[in-house]
Design a protein around this ligand. Sequence first.
Ligand SMILES: Nc1ncnc2c1ncn2[C@@H]1O[C@H](COP(=O)(O)OP(=O)(O)OP(=O)(O)O)[C@@H](O)[C@H]1O
Ligand code: SF4
Ligand SMILES: [Mg+2]
Length: 317
Amino acid sequence: MKSPTRDKLLEVKNLQVSFLGIKTVTALSGISFSIGERETLALVGETGCGKSVAAHAIMRLLPPESGVKGTVELRGRNLLGLSEKEMTEIRGKEIGIIFQNPSLALNPVYSIGHQLAEPLRLHRKEKKKKALSRAAEALKNMGFANTGEIINYYPSWCSGGMNQRFLIAASTILDPALLIADEPGKGLDRSCLSELEAGLKRLKEEKKTALLLISHDLGFVRNLADRVAVMYAGEIVEIADSSGIFEEPLHPYTKGLLNSLPEKGFIPIPGFSPPLSRLPSGCRFHPRCPLRKRCCIENQPEIIETNGRAVRCFLYP
Ligand SMILES: Nc1ncnc2c1ncn2[C@@H]1O[C@H](COP(=O)(O)OP(=O)(O)OP(=O)(O)O)[C@@H](O)[C@H]1O
Ligand code: SF4
Ligand SMILES: [Mg+2]
């Protein structure tokens, strides 16, 4: 489903990812979505549904044993058809990414200022002083006041929340049009999470950066996303604007996810996601769905568009 109101920045069409091994596992079964310029799209869903695989497939960072089909177009250019050299140019400059495990992304032996300034010196040939002053500005945008001091800090001196904001500053220092943030708030306490949220909002407002936000935290998603795509077992089951998802969810799985919000009483969805190597027949959600009918067990629902949103369920239209 395309972004309804904005020029298209990223369009993912029928993206399929399989991992080839003793038993082939299909992690993504043909997902499609788009992100408009300056838009924030959130990808949500339970663990193992394929969110990180989607992010890595877009960036062409999957391991060699993976098979990828479909298209990933950035402003009309299919990234899956580019050479590795061309793709290296895209990473950082046009699409930034922060990974689910941030502790591996910052180098412990270099100062924060050095790590932020390095891409500017390398790609834009900026002089050290100018690059460091840009690094300080990027830190200010992430909500740090004493930037002259902080550029001399090392990652090990700082909290997880500070490091996460350093990473966002580093991933966006070259002003990419899109930032992919995979669980940026994971492990952070409430106050760090609010600072992170404010930093991401400033990035959207001041730098006009589009965001693919992957998160388990639905409160965080509700505060930041323009639209939300809900994934279940390697498929997208619903896409709608944020108010549609949070105020009028259609898919029984989306409704179940929202019941886990504190204001709904933390009610978990009974049962577990199926292993991708042993998917159920028919609708993948049917073993857990309180509204399943006979046809749900026998037939697979297609994703259909209805009133500007998309849903994969026999209850609609
Ligand atoms: N390199 C790999 N080889 C085989 N299977 C893999 C590989 N990487 C991911 N998978 C499988 O693909 C599925 C989707 O994984 P993914 O990491 O995208 O889940 P996720 O939605 O990001 O979950 P989480 O919320 O826990 O981060 C999982 O079943 C995972 O085991
Ligand atoms: S298709 Fe059937 S089982 Fe699947 S979510 Fe809809 S009602 Fe539930
Ligand atoms: Mg993940």
